[in-house]
Design a protein around this ligand. Structure first.
Ligand code: GTP
Length: 343
């Protein structure tokens, strides 16, 4: 069975990170998230992928190529224009198997897929939607189901007290190819807003089954930063997470740390990164591979992206620092809005 990874969206909520990168290629502990995801799926026996690309497609194609480096086979479905989540699946139709998996490539999870596939087989569903439980359903489209998991309807952003459940679409689906005849070709179609409600109304068997474990939509800068905190805290264990040098302290190969610099766990210093004299990194500091902190820079609760040089910054809190931008999410003494302060 093939897995189709949706990776072509604009990622507007993750700008400026996504000005030069597709969202699923955002680095997480020095590897694009998409590579962590493919490795996770490979370990579950999935080795054939179709990646639906559009926004900065070349970044994905150049890095992943035909997949050989990752031990998998990858083909690309290139879209002429933005087609939306269902339009992208329709466009990839000639490349898909009779039954296939679809994953939003910007969702962070390391879910075991076998139970979802078994559920799909046992119910005879045409589509099975992986469901995750959220604390506050008022931000999401919540599902109402029968006792055996068939989805009756989606309730969009219900007030907490009126929500029929706390289960929401996790962005992971098992689909039968024949269902694609319900998706119009050649225009933008949203799977959440258009296709699923249409299928349910038309009586097509659409089921939902829980997916276990950590789940995060990394769509905003705040959540992207939160993801790094969760990784450092061990709330999610990435397929390519090395063992720390000391508890809570990861130091990559050939990283140089000045003897007067201080690392306060949890902290990640990527391969080849340089931490100058008197710097303080952490707690919750991530310095990407090849990045450089010049003397007396202090960072905590912050991500310095790979190959970034940062200097003269003290006590960055809640920030992402990149070669081209500095996004402070809650700068001390400034407005609490998420956003980019300075390019
Ligand atoms: P925002 O602009 O911030 O809403 O992000 P987005 O549109 O990139 O992502 P959204 O969360 O809406 O989409 C979920 C997943 O589907 C992401 O992995 C996107 O990359 C992907 N996606 C969204 N639209 C398209 C599309 O038109 N084509 C393809 N191939 N993928 C898409």
């Amino acid at each position: 069975m093939k897995a189709l990874l949706l990776a072509g969206g604009l990622g507007t909520r993750l700008r400026p990170l996504t000005e030069h990168l597709p969202k699923p290629m955002a680095p997480v502990m020095d590897r694009p998230w998409l590579e962590h995801l493919i490795e996770h799926l490979r370990r579950q026996g999935i080795d054939e992928f179709v990646i639906a690309v559009k926004h900065h497609a070349g970044v994905i194609e150049r890095r992943l190529g035909d997949g050989r480096r990752l031990g998998v086979r990858i083909t690309y479905s290139r879209e002429p224009g933005l087609l939306g989540t269902a339009g992208a699946i329709k466009h990839a139709e000639p490349l898909l198997s009779e039954r296939f998996l679809v994953l939003n490539a910007d969702i962070i999870h390391l879910t075991r897929l076998v139970p979802l596939l078994e559920f799909h087989r046992n119910t005879g569903a045409q589509v099975t939607i992986g469901l995750t439980e959220v604390d506050d359903p008022s931000q999401y489209g919540v599902v109402e189901q029968t006792w055996d998991g068939r989805i009756l309807r989606f309730v969009e952003k219900p007030p907490r007290a009126l929500a029929p459940s706390r289960r929401v679409n996790a962005g992971i689906y098992v689909m039968e190819k024949e269902v694609l005849r319900h998706i119009p070709a050649g225009r933008e179609v949203s799977i959440e807003r258009e296709t699923f409600p249409h299928l349910i109304q038309s009586g097509v068997p659409v089921y939902g089954a829980p997916v276990e474990g950590y789940w995060l939509d990394m769509g905003t800068l705040g959540r992207y930063l939160g993801l790094h905190r969760d990784v450092l805290d061990g709330r999610i264990r990435l397929p390519w997470m090395p063992t720390p040098k000391r508890p809570g302290i990861w130091i990559g190969e050939n990283a140089q740390i000045h003897p007067t610099a201080r690392l306060e766990p949890p902290v990640w210093v990527g391969a080849g990164a340089r931490i100058g004299a008197g710097c303080v990194v952490g707690p919750y500091g991530v310095v990407g591979a090849g990045a450089e902190l010049l003397s007396h820079t202090q960072i905590s609760n912050a991500v310095v992206l790979p190959r970034t040089q940062a200097s003269g910054i003290t006590a960055i809190g809640n920030a992402i620092v990149g070669p081209d931008f500095h996004a402070a999410l809650q700068p001390v003494g400034a407005a609490q809005n998420e956003g980019v302060l300075q390019h």
